[in-house]
Ligand binder design. Structure first.
Ligand code: GDP
Ligand code: ADP
Ligand code: 5GP
Length: 212
């Protein structure tokens, strides 16, 4: 399947979305390993606490709710949302720092963030990562051991509504079922191959070009 063509020659944002535990981070990690120079990750801001091993400025910028609200007031986010009871947002700066390096910008945002991205007509391809089933999602989240029981329940509850968004037309460009990780990864990589080419990277869109 070919990705939608860009008619203005500008580079795109590649957005991964889907329920917590679906495998977005695993797929993004593989992309970063395979294309360390070509791909950059948009580091979101969040008010959730870091998990063991997570570093400030790498997986997220971990900030207080006060700081996050201050950034909202200052219009520093291209999108933000309350996800599973915490704030998450993509700053203009996070995207620009990737695009300024001439890299393809990969984002991991929730389904509400995807709606904002669509509404603002950003130059984005959106890939929904789906678990094979809700029971498999639960066992993956349990194996990951990163959430308390209450947080895990909240994520599973939210997953049901998030899965329903797959039925909406025009929200997602591609839906990938993450049954076997390598297979799902190859599907994602094939889809975005066009955007990984050298030629693509020479034209760039800065976040400041994005209509807010
Ligand atoms: P995970 O999905 O289990 O890996 O948990 P995370 O805490 O990393 O992410 C929680 C949710 O927030 C996910 O649905 C992410 O896609 C979403 N998310 C992360 N960063 C952003 C962001 O900048 N904007 C929006 N809208 N959502 C985000
Ligand atoms: P997300 O970023 O969408 O929350 P993760 O990438 O953290 O999801 O994946 C959730 C958990 O499931 C992780 O522990 C990961 O190692 C595991 N996982 C991811 N894909 C698969 C798969 N295809 N089969 C089995 N386990 C997987
Ligand atoms: P986690 O807490 O497990 O890291 O992330 C939970 C959810 O937050 C995931 O669905 C992830 O995609 C989403 N998320 C992460 N960063 C952002 C962001 O900047 N904006 C939005 N809207 N969602 C985000």
């Amino acid at each position: 399947m070919n990705p939608p063509k860009q008619d203005n020659g500008k580079s795109v944002l590649v957005v991964f979305t889907g329920p917590s535990g679906a495998g977005k981070s695993s797929i993004i990690e593989k992309l970063k390993q395979d294309y360390p120079d070509r791909i950059g990750f948009s580091v979101s801001h969040t008010t959730r606490s870091p998990r063991p091993g997570e570093q400030n400025g790498v997986e997220y910028h971990f900030v207080s709710e006060e700081k996050f609200k201050d950034m909202i007031e200052k219009n520093e986010f291209i999108e933000y949302a309350n996800v599973h009871g915490r704030y998450y947002g993509t700053s203009l700066q996070a995207i620009d720092s990737v695009l300024n390096r001439g890299q393809l910008c990969v984002l991991d945002v929730d389904v509400q963030g995807c709606r904002s991205i669509r509404q603002r007509n950003m130059n984005a391809v959106i890939i929904f990562i789906s678990p094979p089933s809700l029971s498999e999602l639960e066992s993956r989240l349990r194996c990951r051991k990163t959430e308390s029981e209450a947080d895990l329940r909240k994520r599973l509850e939210d997953a049901q509504g998030e899965m329903k968004t797959c039925e909406e037309s025009n929200l997602y460009d591609l839906i990938i079922v993450n049954d076997v990780l390598d297979r799902a990864y190859n599907e994602a990589r094939t889809f975005i191959a066009e955007y990984l080419s050298e030629e693509r990277s020479k034209t760039k869109t800065l976040a400041s070009d994005i209509k807010l």
